[in-house]
Design a binder for this molecule. Structure first.
Ligand code: A3P
Length: 300
């Protein structure tokens, strides 16, 4: 989209040297062009791999908790004693790749890659992808606050500037629209499952049951209850293994925000002006044109 001149609003934001891989910006901490190229071109996907794929701020860490709880049959011990980044490694990063390569099969892995940068060895494999997406207006608000507390993300000058960058796809991990459109091309494939943050909010139990079905992992009622309980916002906020409070201050400054911030749907209404929301909707409609899917946030 043209005409949204966020450059002028950028002002004096602290400079962050992003990594660029194939035209997409990635935050410098943990990523390198080499690690991204390796993930894309050389990483060997196994048929029993399960990937947690998201655009940032769409429920990545939530799904990480759900998937590891399902994997351990509802027993929360693993989630409470082992860091989420070890349970479900970020194989695109330098450190995460080491964890991924030494991970006993079947692996749980996570990333924010758009489909065209996803490991080429995935295509043709039987590995499973779970793609979680969220109302992009709420993604944007969450991303705005997250960028303020993370040193490897440029501190937004203002909400208006960040909104412009988001709509232009000029944010780390690229355009939300391209990410979602790309991954939704997998819809209907038997190794692809997508779910929205809004569905998780509305019916976590039902969502967990559907995930178990997709993963071919049978859990009894008690185990499902435990997954639901331990993946609740409240339980996750208390769990140091997933609430990000153990991250060093120079990566995430807890004085500048909280990773598990609000955990609600519709917080965008507290941030967008009517004009910003209407401008967003126009661009959304244009960029999503032709996509047959109706999402919970789409006006029907
Ligand atoms: P908010 O900033 O809107 O609160 P990601 O893991 O992709 O970075 O996404 C982070 C967002 O997911 C944050 O959104 C966070 O609060 C929310 N989140 C994480 N776990 C959650 C849970 N159990 N229930 C509801 N929201 C959760």
């Amino acid at each position: 989209p043209q005409g949204w001149s966020s450059q002028a609003l950028r002002g004096q934001a602290m400079a962050v040297e992003n990594i660029t891989y194939q035209g997409i910006k990635f935050p410098p901490a943990y990523n390198s062009e080499r690690s991204l190229r390796f993930a894309h071109q050389e990483f060997q996907v196994q048929d029993d791999d399960v990937f947690n794929v998201t655009y940032p701020k769409s429920g990545t860490v939530w799904m990480t908790e759900i998937l590891s709880l399902i994997r351990s049959g509802g027993d929360p011990a693993w989630n409470r004693t082992v860091l989420n980044s070890t349970r479900v490694p970020w194989f695109t990063t330098r450190l995460g790749l080491e964890s991924a390569l030494s991970y006993p099969r079947p692996r749980l892995l996570t990333c924010h890659l758009p489909i065209h940068l996803f490991p080429t060895s995935f295509f043709g494999s039987r590995a499973k992808v779970i793609y979680t997406l969220r109302n992009p207006k709420d993604v944007l608000v969450s991303y705005f606050y997250f960028s303020k507390m993370c040193s490897s993300y440029e501190d937004p000058e203002s909400f208006e500037q960040f909104l412009g960058d988001f709509l232009n796809g000029d944010v780390p991990h690229g355009s939300w629209f391209d990410h979602v459109r790309g991954w939704m091309e997998m819809k209907g494939k038997e190794n692809f499952f997508f779910i929205t943050y809004e569905e998780l909010q509305q019916d976590l139990r039902g969502s967990v049951q559907r995930l178990c079905q997709f993963l071919e992992q049978e859990l009894d009622d008690g185990a499902i209850n435990s997954v639901v309980e331990n993946a609740s916002f409240r339980a996750m906020k208390e769990n140091k293994m997933c609430n990000s409070t153990l991250l060093p201050r120079d990566i995430m400054d807890q004085d500048k925000g909280t990773f598990l911030r609000k955990g609600i749907c519709g917080d965008w209404k507290n941030h967008f002006t009517v004009a910003q929301s209407e401008a967003f909707d126009r661009i959304y409609q244009d960029r999503m044109r032709g996509l047959p899917e109706a999402f919970p946030w789409d006006a029907r």
